[in-house]
Design a binder for this molecule. Structure first.
Ligand code: ADP
Ligand code: ZN
Length: 741
């Protein structure tokens, strides 16, 4: 990612309203449209105003992006119909829309749509009639009337229904008091209230290292300037406690705070800690919010009533009024990269937003991404380190089990050393976690009689058996079918063989090997939605589960004080394939999973099962030597000109016809190759994507590689424009790609 240019977006914010305005619509359109400003609306129209305008035969809501472009005779322009009663979109957010569109090669309207994702929030809030005490007096006060008057003297205005209920009177009594003027009607906008975090409460007494880090963050907040600080601390070092201090400081300044977490559904423990620290709930923002909650939260953020928002990547697009601090927790997490629609990296765009908002941003991780590490080394980002776990807790000891020497018994997946560790842990009354990043029962199911495998009809992928549910599922498109009794190819019955383990199969092994041990499986299939995750997390904390078996969902954020053993069933799983980040990601993920062990009083241990004990990732994990591992990663990437030392852009061509798709991809490659020498870039492909069929579309990939000094976007725009308009394939541009599927 490169620096945002100054002065983009916005448009002239002159004191005098222009006679015409340019309006950007949340539709897949790059351009703005000019509208005339009727004199009665002129005072309310300024850049950022949400306006209703005619477009074709319908009316649309858009945002005033600046003065009219002037490409149409003003007398022929249609007028703005209405200005909505919503705080205007701020200049920093408008700049972020422009900047993201420009950087990711997306049209501006599609980016704007992310910032207007809640159409209902733009409409006036529903109003209701409530009653308060009036100046009139009822000549004859009955008991019932007394109760109503007492109720309204003490409390806020209430609706007639509420008064009748709370004062235990009939509707007639309320009507009577109204007609006497003893109580009077007021209209109230229905607004959800968001608790104010209480910053006068104090957090725990910080250790010296924690105190120094907290002080540095407080100073960054006090400076009210753009800065990036990496809070780099081992798991359990108190990073959360430290950044709570920064939140407190920003709130004391009267600013809003955005906290981005990779997987909001998993943040129940985070929310509980926030509540314990600030005596209030933050506003939450994620895809599973109900319509009403979305509307109210969006509005409360826009009006500045919600002070702290914790959310997934889409929270980046919320209409903060006065953002004073952004935190990105687990900044290395791949979940911050949005892979469909507008393809963007929410951590990177959060840095851009902080720059436009002129506020500090803090990137938090125990295993910062290589991009971030390099930005620290070259001095662009500051860094605060927390080298030790809080309270003298030790980092877990890491043991490697070489499966070539001591394999598990046939048909099982836990080697003798891991089984022994499990026995010891369970005997000591402690908890264990078995980590395997594979959902379902087995990655592959085949017929023993004829070798038939179940293939997804829409994707180039095998179906995965989910035995708990009795289905075969595609993990790419969601296709699902019942597990048949007989092989569809040879009609043999009971001939299916499962190959390899998934978490469900591990559960079966635990159940057989450790009778009486209470196990639970935590994956996106078995636990759906925040409340189910919360229930399971509560059960684990209450020690109602002895062995937790899970995918990467268990890796993140959880704090289980009685969990002392982590078994990584297949440490090599993420290393296969040609992804340039495979080693880095594996390190981050396994370090994070291992970090779940021994967070309470008792020491933890981690057992890594591997067929590649000498792989640098495994040896670095075992030695706890992150920094030299990252140095070697950096050297390898630099040698190959890969990010962050060079730039990559991927283009995925897809379409229903394989030949048309390949033709489009080849045409783009040909156009770009003409510039290879002059620009010093490299065009690779087209090649069939590893997932060469996805949701019924054929896919080919192109990769463009450039030195760091060459920004590829302008050239890419030119190449795409030179492409024949009749090209029958969709071309998706992925700047700084993270997925190579
Ligand atoms: P991290 O975010 O680095 O993994 P946490 O902030 O979750 O670490 O801290 C780990 C545990 O230690 C939490 O239960 C936290 O409340 C506790 N803790 C951290 N620092 C302190 C402190 N100074 N005093 C008391 N408890 C602390
Ligand atoms: Zn599929």
């Amino acid at each position: 990612m490169s620096e945002p240019a100054d002065g983009g977006g916005g448009g002239g914010e002159g004191a005098r309203a222009p006679a015409t305005v340019a309006v950007l619509m949340p539709l897949p359109l790059e351009r703005t449209y000019d509208y005339a400003v009727p004199t009665d609306l002129a005072p309310a129209i300024a850049p950022g105003a949400f306006v209703r305008v005619p477009l074709g035969r319908v009316e649309r809501v858009g945002v005033v992006w600046g003065a009219g472009e002037g490409d149409v005779d003003p007398t022929r322009l249609k007028p703005v119909t209405a200005v909505l009663d919503v705080p205007p979109m701020t200049e920093p957010l408008r700049r972020l829309v422009d900047w993201t569109a420009d950087y990711t090669l997306t049209n501006r309207g599609s980016v704007l749509r992310m910032a207007m994702s809640v159409p209902g929030a733009l409409e006036p809030a529903s109003v209701r009639t409530a009653y308060r005490l009036g100046s009139g007096e009822a000549p004859r006060m009955t008991d019932a009337r007394e109760r109503v008057v007492a109720l309204l003297r003490e409390g806020p205005p209430r609706t007639a229904t509420e008064i009748a209920r709370d004062a235990r009177v009939s509707a007639g009594v309320v009507r009577g008091l109204v007609s006497l003027g003893a109580i009077e009607a007021v209209t109230m906008r229905e607004v959800a209230s968001f608790d104010r975090p209480d910053t006068s409460r104090t957090g725990p007494i910080l250790s010296q290292a924690q105190g120094a880090a907290a002080e540095a963050l407080r100073q960054a907040v006090a400076a009210q300037a753009f800065s990036v600080t990496v809070l780099d601390g081992v798991t359990g070092s108190g990073k959360t406690e430290v950044y709570f201090e920064a939140i407190s400081a920003a709130l004391d300044q009267g600013h809003q705070v955005l906290v981005m977490l990779p997987e909001i559904a998993l943040s129940a423990q985070w929310l509980a800690r926030f509540r314990a620290r600030f005596g209030a709930d933050p506003a939450v923002w994620h895809s599973e919010l109900g319509t009403r909650q979305r509307r109210e939260t969006w509005r409360a953020v826009a009006e500045g009533r919600a002070q702290v928002v914790v959310g997934a990547r889409s929270a980046l697009w919320l209409p903060f009024r006065t953002l004073g601090l952004i935190l990105v927790d687990e900044e290395h997490d791949a979940a911050f990269k949005q892979e469909d629609g507008v393809i963007y990296h929410a951590r990177d765009m959060a840095v851009v937003r902080a720059r436009f908002e002129v506020c500090p941003i803090v990137l938090v991780s125990a295993t910062p991404s290589l991009e971030t590490v390099i930005n620290v080394e070259n001095g662009r980002y500051g860094r605060e380190r927390l080298p030790d776990r809080h309270g003298g807790a030790q980092l877990p000891a890491i043991e490697t089990v070489d499966l070539r020497e001591t394999p598990p018994a046939r048909g099982t997946w836990l080697a003798p050393a891991l089984r022994a560790a499990l026995v010891e842990t369970l005997d000591a009354g402690e908890q264990a976690l078995l980590f395997l990043n594979r959902r379902g029962y087995a990655p592959l199911t085949l017929c023993r009689a004829c070798g038939h495998r179940f293939h997804c009809p829409n994707c180039s992928a095998w179906l995965v058996e989910h035995r708990f549910a009795g289905t075969l599922d595609c993990h790419h498109c969601g296709f699902q079918r019942a597990q048949p009794e007989a092989c569809p190819a040879c009609e043999a019955e009971g001939s299916f063989a499962a190959c390899g383990p998934g978490v469900e199969r591990l559960a079966e092994e635990v159940d057989e090997a450790f009778p009486g041990a209470r196990w639970a499986v935590l994956t996106s299939d078995t636990v759906r939605g925040p409340s189910q995750v919360q229930d399971l997390v509560d059960a684990i904390v209450a020690h109602e589960v002895d062995v937790l078996i899970g995918t990467q969902m268990v890796a993140k954020g959880h704090h289980f004080p009685q969990l002392t053993l982590v078994g990584v069933v297949d440490a090599d799983l993420g290393l296969a394939g040609g992804d340039m980040r495979a080693a880095e990601r594996t390190y981050q993920l396994l370090h994070q999973v291992g970090g779940r062990a021994g967070r309470g009083g008792r020491p933890g241990r981690v057992v890594l099962q591997t067929y590649a004990a000498e792989h640098p990732v495994i040896t670095a994990l075992a030695a706890g030597d992150r920094d030299s591992f990252m140095e070697k990663e950096a050297a390898a990437r630099e040698a190959h000109g890969l990010p962050p030392f060079g730039r990559l852009v991927a283009v995925i061509a897809s379409g229903p016809s394989e030949s048309d798709t390949l033709r489009a991809a080849s045409a783009l490659a040909r156009i770009a190759r003409a510039d290879e020498k002059t620009l010093g870039i490299q065009v690779l492909g087209p090649a069939p994507a590893p997932l060469k069929l996805l949701r019924g579309r054929h896919r080919f990939r192109l990769l463009f590689k450039a030195p760091r000094g060459v920004l590829l976007q302008p050239h890419m725009r030119r190449w795409l424009a030179a492409l024949d308009r009749r090209t029958r394939a969709r071309l998706q541009v992925d700047i700084d790609p993270h997925s190579f599927m």
